[in-house]
Design a protein around this ligand. Sequence first.
Ligand SMILES: Nc1ncnc2c1ncn2[C@@H]1O[C@H](COP(=O)(O)OP(=O)(O)OP(=O)(O)O)[C@@H](O)[C@H]1O
Ligand SMILES: [Mg+2]
Length: 78
Amino acid sequence: MEQSEAILKIEDVHNIYEVGEVHINALRGVTLEVHSGDFVAVMGASGSGKSTLMHILGWLDRPTKGRNSFCGRSNRSA
Ligand SMILES: Nc1ncnc2c1ncn2[C@@H]1O[C@H](COP(=O)(O)OP(=O)(O)OP(=O)(O)O)[C@@H](O)[C@H]1O
Ligand SMILES: [Mg+2]
């Protein structure tokens, strides 16, 4: 069966929050694909980066580094 195009696709996504001189590595190289019909749960300890990941998947934030696309359309990091 032919593989469908991913609805959500992120590759090697890093996100760093800069708070003054402190750099917080919230995501360190996350790769994920979500296809039509997939059911996905994001689980992890408090502070592990779940909300940061959701902000990037929802295009509210751009990753510091890495590729992020929705239905083949890219949201490039600056
Ligand atoms: N706006 C921000 N500025 C600076 N650091 C942040 C910011 N948002 C999150 N962080 C830090 O990034 C890391 C990941 O946080 P995030 O909120 O993504 O985790 P989470 O898995 O959603 O946690 P929780 O389960 O408590 O909601 C944590 O170290 C957090 O303190
Ligand atoms: Mg959260």
